[in-house]
Design a protein around this ligand. Structure first.
Ligand SMILES: Nc1nc2c(c(=O)[nH]1)N[C@H]1C(S)=C(S)[C@@H](COP(=O)(O)OP(=O)(O)OC[C@H]3O[C@@H](n4cnc5c(=O)[nH]c(N)nc54)[C@H](O)[C@@H]3O)O[C@H]1N2
Ligand SMILES: Nc1nc2c(c(=O)[nH]1)N[C@H]1C(S)=C(S)[C@@H](COP(=O)(O)OP(=O)(O)OC[C@H]3O[C@@H](n4cnc5c(=O)[nH]c(N)nc54)[C@H](O)[C@@H]3O)O[C@H]1N2
Ligand code: SF4
Ligand SMILES: [Mo]
Length: 727
């Protein structure tokens, strides 16, 4: 392709899925069709971005509104006109509101497409103007992290700009795999620079991931859900040998004494020695000793934690313990560190409101302002935790949920696939009176809809995008191609529904008008992006700082003058806000408990293997799960250790049955030395594809996972026991 080709128009846009990145890129458009995607500098795209064309030009893209004609979930639909579809949706919404009130409507909206204007921003505004709908809380991503970071540091802004990573002398990737599980577009790029600058890398993960293979000097395989035991033992070594930074702790933190008492065994008679931890974690005591010493003396060191170890029964303890290790070693508020906190970068776009203003949910009027997940579930009784989606539908008010749900309105989400316990999900979806889904493809959830409204692609829309998690830029996503006939954006659907629902003031602008409005009126955005025309033309606004931002620097430089936003004004090793909760399952200092669904539980007799469900490099959750280029690159398979495979007579590539009391999956086995024996792993996001007996042949791990949440509000999907047999 010749870029000088005069028929080629170059349009600047970017990725919009919940993919861990969010890259700005240029589309080369020739006669209305994208012929090439060109990434932008070091904000480079990943394999999914390069395969996006196959998703967008897929012949499976939904192009007609669909009405269910078969049984729920059977997948039989009739094509209808948009008029009929919108009339039906409006009629159902009004009927349910009039018969049962707004509390009977559940807005099931997640990050499938995360633009500022399209996707759930549009329907959230619609529902708020319609009198409200029940919303969810407790994001499946990082709730444990959010809880711990707020409790310990009083903020989520604990991270340094990624450019600062190259100043680290040691990097510990703990349950973190940024080469495959993208964690901010340029993270791997900056880690390479850190490696080149001589940093030593350690990877603590049950699997030897590509990040481990590429970066790590040492792989430390660990049993899932036991990380806290290892962290406590590291603290034990530091305290015993006086290796911790006592002056830093004294100056910047509170609660060391209580922590010391627990770690050294004064409190409960159990010193948290490396030997004690070895028995729980499967990591040999000398390995723990050595890592503790190295981490204590090699400064600065970056402890980078992923979200996965937090997606366990007591997930918040993992993130609390990580933050406290960083505190003990003085690796907070300094260049070259990462704090084990939530790691948003102070002052960067992630926090700035760049959304269509959606107002307030009338159903939540009177609920206490939610200061974050430390309180959210307890104070706001109008919301439902994501892990309780199915129980809420099945049990309603009698089960203690805010209302009896009659209608689910799903936007940018694939809950049947992505929320735990698929078989319970099917039962719940069958119970509803009405299910309306905005979708691009016939996903496992859309199959259960009564009405499917076909949505266009982000390449056919104007939008504003912010980086995922870390990153210092805004993307002005410009429309590059026409929508397929008979597809609409979520925003356009909301506009048309609003007029049918009698809502007068839904919108006086088109998407481009809203984009300009947001950029020019939202105070934080206005300060960043001064020239809208330029932003639109460049497609990217980078927030430049002279030096890479170091979060919490002022606080640690002078904690008296610049207190942390915790009750004590210091880093809270003993967290006062947690103590107030008075819940033995969330102690005020981080403590270890064996997982209830773990190797030492009674359940392990029947289901001896721990299942973890990592994020695959070839999907963004379920998005891209139907793209054959990507499926070929990494076929869905169960990671099984050579030892566990041998014991079961299983050969690489052969089908295995993976099961527990919640369900059964049949997938090929990937027999490998790259996973700890006793642990199996399956990428999340593969599409649930049941056979006639309800056995999933698609390899969707949520058929097996437990629909509970941790005391801090985390999904517990990585606390899951299964058995594996030859299929
Ligand atoms: N077992 C297990 N389960 C997990 C996880 C895990 O680690 N293990 N991870 C969890 C995490 S972190 C997350 S964030 C969730 C993600 O859960 P979801 O957000 O539900 O899943 P996605 O697959 O990202 O997106 C849902 C749908 O959005 C659609 N979509 C894309 N763009 C648009 C658009 O513009 N408009 C509309 N209307 N739809 C659009 C896609 O086609 C897709 O079907 O999954 C969670 N589930
Ligand atoms: N390619 C890709 N990138 C993504 C996404 C995607 O779907 N695909 N999704 C994005 C989103 S929305 C999110 S929330 C994040 C999720 O980010 P994470 O939750 O951090 O990602 P995972 O891949 O689930 O887990 C990271 C690593 O932790 C390991 N692990 C699992 N359990 C444990 C444990 O108990 N202890 C330890 N030490 N390690 C454990 C896994 O083997 C894996 O290698 O990723 C983002 N990036
Ligand atoms: S999927 Fe995400 S990380 Fe990959 S290219 Fe697209 S925006 Fe970038
Ligand atoms: Mo997520």
């Amino acid at each position: 392709m010749n870029p000088e080709d005069s028929k080629v128009e170059v349009v600047r846009t970017g990725g919009c899925h919940d993919c861990g990145g969010r890259c700005p890129y240029k589309l080369h458009v020739r006669e209305g069709r994208v012929v090439r995607m060109e990434p932008d500098g070091e904000l480079r795209a990943c394999v999914r971005g390069y395969a996006m064309r196959q998703r967008i030009y897929s012949s499976d893209w939904l192009t007609r509104p669909l009405k269910r004609i078969g049984r729920r979930g059977e997948g039989k639909f009739a094509e209808i006109t948009w008029d009929e579809a919108l009339d039906t949706a409006a009629h159902e919404l009004k009927r349910v509101k009039e018969s049962w009130g707004n509390g009977a409507i559940l807005h099931v909206a997640l990050g499938g497409g995360v633009g500022g204007i399209h996707c759930f921003a549009a329907t959230q505004r619609l529902f708020n103007q319609f009198g409200g709908a029940v919303r969810m809380w407790g994001g499946p991503s990082a709730e444990a992290y959010v809880f711990a970071s707020r409790a310990t540091y009083g903020t989520l802004e604990t991270g340094n700009a990624r450019e600062d990573l190259e100043n680290a002398r040691m990097v510990i990737l703990w349950g973190s795999n940024p080469v495959e599980t993208i964690f901010g577009t340029n993270t791997s790029y900056q880690l390479i620079k850190a490696r080149e600058a001589g940093a030593r890398f350690i990877c603590v993960d049950p699997r030897l991931t590509d990040s481990g293979a590429v970066f790590a000097d040492q792989w430390v395989p660990i049993r899932p859900g036991t990380d806290v035991a290892m962290m406590l033992a590291m603290a034990f070594v530091m305290i015993r040998d006086d290796l911790h930074d006592a002056r830093f702790v004294e100056r910047c933190a509170v609660g060391f004494d209580q922590f010391e008492s627990y770690v050294m065994g004064v409190e409960d008679g159990v010193p948290k020695t490396p030997e004690w931890a070895a028995a729980r974690t499967g990591v040999a005591a000398p390995v723990i000793e050595k890592l503790a010493r190295e981490y204590a003396v090699t400064k600065p060191a970056a402890l980078i934690t992923g979200f996965a170890p937090g997606r366990t029964e007591r997930g918040e303890q993992f993130h609390r313990a990580a933050a406290i290790l960083a505190t003990l070693t003085g690796n907070v508020g300094r260049s070259g560190t990462a704090t084990g906190g939530f790691d948003r970068v102070a002052g960067m776009p992630m926090h700035q409101p760049a959304y269509l203003p959606w107002g307030k949910n009338p159903l939540e009027a009177g609920a206490s302002r939610m200061e974050g997940s430390l309180d959210i579930g307890r104070r706001n009784r109008h919301r439902v935790h994501w892990a309780k989606l199915w129980d809420c539908i099945l049990e309603g008010v009698s089960g203690g949920y805010p209302s009896d749900i009659k209608l689910a309105y799903v936007v940018g989400a694939n809950p049947l696939n992505q929320v735990q316990n698929v078989n319970k999900g099917i039962e719940a979806l069958r119970k509803l009176e009405s299910i309306i889904v905005h979708e691009q493809f016939m996903t496992p959830t859309a199959k259960f809809a009564d009405l499917v409204l076909p949505v266009n692609s982000h390449w056919a829309r104007d939008d504003i995008l912010r980086p995922w998690y870390v990153g210092s830029y805004y993307i002005c996503a410009n429309k590059a191609i026409e929508s397929l006939p008979e597809t609409k954006s979520d925003f356009d659907i909301a506009v048309e529904l609003a007029s049918r629902l009698g809502i007068q003031d839904f919108s006086d602008k088109d998407a481009e008008g809203w984009r300009r409005h947001i950029v020019e009126t939202e105070p934080d955005m206005r300060d960043h992006v001064r020239d809208y025309g330029e932003f639109r033309k460049e497609g990217l606004h980078r927030v430049r700082t002279e030096q890479p931002t170091i979060s919490l620097k002022q606080q640690v430089d002078d904690p008296e003058k610049n207190p942390f936003r915790t009750p004590s004004g210091k880093i809270e090793i003993y967290a006062l806000r947690i103590a107030e909760l008075d819940d033995p399952k969330v102690p005020a200092i981080p403590k270890y408990a064996d997982p209830e669904e773990g190797p030492s539980s009674a359940l392990a007799r029947n289901y001896p293997l721990q299942l973890i469900t990592y994020h695959s490099r070839t999907r963004a959750h379920s998005v891209f799960g139907n793209v054959s280029w990507l499926k070929d690159l990494e076929p869905q398979a169960l990671w099984l250790s050579a030892e566990d495979a041998r014991a079961r007579g299983i050969a690489d590539g052969k089908s295995v049955s993976v099961f527990n009391d919640r369900g059964r999956i049949i997938v090929p086995a990937k027999v490998t030395e790259r996973i700890l024996p006793g642990v199996v792993a399956l990428g999340e996001g593969a599409w649930y594809t049941p056979d006639e007996d309800g056995v999933d042949k698609g390899g969707c791990p949520n058929v097996l996972t437990n629909d509970q949440y941790s005391p801090g509000g985390a999904f517990v999907s990585n606390s899951c026991l299964v058995q594996v047999e030859k299929a």
